[in-house]
Write a protein that binds this ligand. Structure first.
Ligand code: UD1
Ligand code: M6R
Length: 371
């Protein structure tokens, strides 16, 4: 049921304040003045000790689920003190890459039925790793075959392009980082800031959704383009990959997410006055590096669309040759949840304006159950 919306993708983008609320329901403990704030993930509580003791955490997924894990990697590294590595499921299988008994392998999948992810799970399980699932589908193959896990509880996702599952996956993995990480005096303020940030996140998503009309205008400008680059780094490298994935899969426009730190190692050669480039430059530890990326792209007459934190437009984008997307600021590790929303909206409007099928892009299936 699409309700008042024209497409499932549109409905699922706009219902993210609610889906995120459901994802967090019963899992955040804010406590009174003397009680520490914490998280409770029922499906993991008996396994946290084993996870903390593991030699490595390996994230495994495909497409959007891989990107969600990538967005969560920095906070997991920061809070857990366990090294975190990333595997695209098909590539892990192609290489028969190393997975050991001392590893915790985390399988991220909206459907819980993706063949590559499921085969990687079987492989990791045979190699003796603790296998953890993060899925949206109760009773799915991945939920059944993992040793433990977390349901993201985002509600059914019908559009082939994953939107609300992505943001709920990131929120679950932020909670996973809090659950694995010890509550020490030195990191208490950080933990509390993240928990407060999680509680307020649905409101902030509501706020960023107000950019809908602005994103439609931007889509009108880009309707006839051949290509769109998206530059991100740090927490928002994943946002760049995921924004580009949305644009290519539904709007059928070539788009590439680029790690901004790699700019001078090749991508800079593409920059001219015609190619549109989104640069994500919201406030975090990488902000000043992104400011210098903007200056360098500007010096080469790049057609820039800058995503920055509210209030930063004037300082981040001197001159009037820029388009600006101003987004609300949240705790750095949660910023990917906010920053993807305008790009989801942009991909949606581009698709409608270009006249393509929003909910069932050509050649794609909602869950890829064959290799
Ligand atoms: C569970 C209930 C929820 C109830 C809550 C009350 C289910 C599905 N969930 O939620 O309805 O409101 O207790 O305390 O009945 N699991 C895997 N692999 C996965 C995902 C999950 O093995 O990929 C396992 C978990 O380890 C857990 C079970 O499935 O044993 C349920 O997981 P989850 O729904 O996340 O647990 P709760 O949030 O505690
Ligand atoms: O169901 P899964 O999360 O395992 O699906 C993984 C990918 O097939 C999926 O995210 C795909 O990339 C989406 N169509 C992206 O929108």
């Amino acid at each position: 049921n699409k309700g008042n919306y024209e497409h499932y993708m549109q409905k699922e983008i706009h219902e993210q304040p609610e889906s995120l609320t459901t994802t967090m329901r019963g899992r955040l403990i804010r406590g009174g003045s003397c009680k520490a704030k914490s998280v409770l993930l029922g499906g993991l509580k008996d396994h946290l000790k084993t996870i903390r003791r593991s030699r490595r955490i390996v994230f495994v997924g495909c497409g959007t689920s891989y990107n969600a894990a990538l967005a969560s990697r920095p906070i997991l590294e920061e809070l857990s003190d366990v090294p975190v590595t990333m595997e695209v499921a098909s590539d892990l299988l192609d290489r028969q890459g190393p997975i050991y008994r001392e590893d915790t392998a985390v399988f991220v999948s909206q459907s819980g039925e993706t063949a590559d992810t499921l085969n990687a799970l079987e492989y990791a399980s045979e190699n003796g790793a603790l296998c953890v699932g993060i899925t949206n589908t109760v009773g799915s193959a991945i939920a059944r075959h993992t040793h433990c896990g977390v349901h993201i509880n985002a509600g059914a996702e019908i559009g082939v392009a994953s939107t609300k599952a992505y943001t709920s996956q990131i929120v679950v993995m932020a909670m996973l980082a809090l659950a694995i990480g010890g509550d020490t005096i030195s990191n208490r303020a950080r933990r509390e800031a993240i928990i407060d940030g999680l509680c307020d996140l649905p409101n902030k998503v509501r706020e960023v959704l107000k950019l809908d009309a602005e994103m439609k205008e931007l889509a009108k400008l880009l309707i006839a383009e051949q290509s769109l680059l998206v530059f991100g780094r740090g927490y928002n490298y994943a946002t760049a990959l995921e924004g580009a994935l949305k644009v290519k899969e539904v709007a059928l426009m070539h788009s590439e997410g680029i790690l901004a730190g790699e700019m001078k190692h090749g991508p800079l050669a593409l920059v001219d006055e015609n190619l549109p480039i989104v640069v994500i430059a919201t406030r975090d530890a990488c902000f000043s590096k992104q400011q210098s990326v903007i200056q360098q792209l500007h010096a080469r007459k790049g057609r820039l669309i800058v995503m920055c934190s509210k209030g930063d437009a004037a300082s981040v984008c001197p001159g009037d040759s820029y388009r600006v997307i101003e987004v609300p600021i949240v705790e750095d590790c949660l910023q990917p949840v906010i920053n993807i929303v305008p790009l989801q909206l942009l991909a949606y409007h581009l698709t409608v304006l270009r006249g393509y099928n929003v909910d069932q892009p050509r050649n794609l299936a909602k869950s890829v159950t064959t290799q």
